[in-house]
Design a protein around this ligand. Structure first.
Ligand code: TZP
Ligand code: MG
Length: 212
């Protein structure tokens, strides 16, 4: 029996300017919201803190306009500076258990990437609001990954925890429904939306696959 948890967001856009392949990433974000994206994470690697901050401020104007939560990847000082909805961190970042003790993050959403089963036993999992199952399928968007969970790995994790599970990695229209069926509460997507010719349509079609 698959346990389902309550997580009010089903389609999670993870965006960077780079992954939008020359398009205006702010426009991509807005179009994807119109298509049905429920929550957005800014994840921009290999850029300066100043550039990340500039992007975060600009993106927050859009997410605020549509009342969509904005999650910041890794950059906890920027999350605090812009007053983001939350933060997403991995195994090599500032730990959720440390963030949670900071005043700003006390009531913020904290997402934590799971790359090893042993992480499920950790206090970081316990105090996080959702777990990123990373990656569900290997992907060119992030090459430094540890394992490929697949649908079986996802189902196993589903049986071991009640935490909301956000699957990420090579998710698109064709595999979306199967990943939800295997136990994910939400799907996090980069390229199937960011590099789509029509991000609004891409988001709409994927959302339609997972919200029946
Ligand atoms: N973490 C695990 S896979 C991944 C991240 C950030 C990238 C997912 O990108 P895509 O293009 O949706 O496969
Ligand atoms: Mg990280």
């Amino acid at each position: 029996m698959i346990k389902k948890t309550s997580f009010p967001y089903q389609l999670y856009l993870v965006i960077s300017e780079k992954d939008c392949l020359g398009k205006d990433f702010l426009k991509v974000a807005e179009q994807s919201i119109l298509g049905g994206v429920d929550i957005i994470q800014l994840r921009e690697k290999n850029t300066s803190t100043e550039d990340f901050l500039r992007k975060a401020i600009a993106l927050k104007e859009i997410t605020d306009k549509y009342n969509i939560p904005l999650i910041i990847n890794d950059h906890f000082e920027i999350a605090e500076k812009i007053g983001s909805f939350g933060i997403h961190v991995g195994n090599n970042d500032k730990a959720p258990s440390i963030l949670r003790n900071e005043l700003f993050f006390k009531d913020k959403m904290i997402g934590y990437s799971i790359e090893y089963l042993s992480q499920l036993e950790s206090v970081n999992t316990e105090i996080s609001d959702y777990l990123g199952i990373s990656p569900i399928f290997s992907t060119d968007t992030k090459k430094d990954t540890v394992t490929e969970w697949g649908l079986e790995g996802l189902s196993k994790i589903r049986s071991l925890t009640d935490k909301p599970l956000v699957a990420i990695g090579n998710i698109n229209f064709s595999n979306a429904a199967a990943i939800i069926k295997a136990g994910a509460d939400a799907l996090a997507i980069v390229s199937a939306i960011c590099s789509a010719e029509n991000p609004e349509k891409a988001a709409y079609e994927i959302k339609n696959e997972i919200v029946k």
